[in-house]
Design a protein. Structure first.
Length: 155
């Protein structure tokens, strides 16, 4: 029997059918940015035919990152308990850093294709490392702090 008491866990405020949106969107930019990094490695080894694919992956990843950011920011602003979590702030700052780096990466590579094999691949590598850290902090938000987790008393 469902009860409508207070939530024990910090809640997700951006949701569809009571399912948080942010975790539904984050796989897309992660996959795009990791695949862009893999393409960049291959480009730096001479496979220049992947430059357009890598650029598209960055662009698509940035679009989905923006969508995930809107949902994540809605969750962050929607519950005081989420804003009080240091892991939430670290997760957000890491993601903002990754997105800014990928915007710079895309803009510079669009102006100079040689950028990919020199600096672009390194920016992509740094972003993948940042995503590992951000994912760890995002995992802490769910598994340690219970953000967006249904309370068993409310099921």
């Amino acid at each position: 029997m469902a009860t409508h008491g207070t939530h024990e866990h910090p809640r997700s405020t951006a949701k569809v059918a009571d399912h948080p949106i942010h975790p539904m969107l984050i796989p897309f930019p992660i996959v795009c940015f990791v695949l862009a990094f893999i393409a960049d490695i291959l480009i730096s080894r001479g496979d220049t035919g992947l430059i357009n694919a890598s650029n598209w992956l960055l662009g698509i990843g940035l679009i989905f990152a923006a969508l995930a950011a809107v949902a994540g920011l809605t969750d962050f602003l929607g519950d005081d308990r989420v804003r009080a979590l240091g892991d939430a702030i670290k997760h957000m700052l890491a993601n903002v850093t990754a997105v800014v780096l990928e915007i710079v990466n895309l803009v510079l590579r669009l102006k100079n294709a040689d950028f990919v094999a020199s600096t672009g691949v390194w920016i992509s590598a740094i972003v993948v490392l940042i995503l590992l850290y951000s994912g760890w902090k995002g995992g802490n938000l769910v598994y340690r702090h219970g953000v967006g987790v249904h309370d068993t008393s409310n099921l």
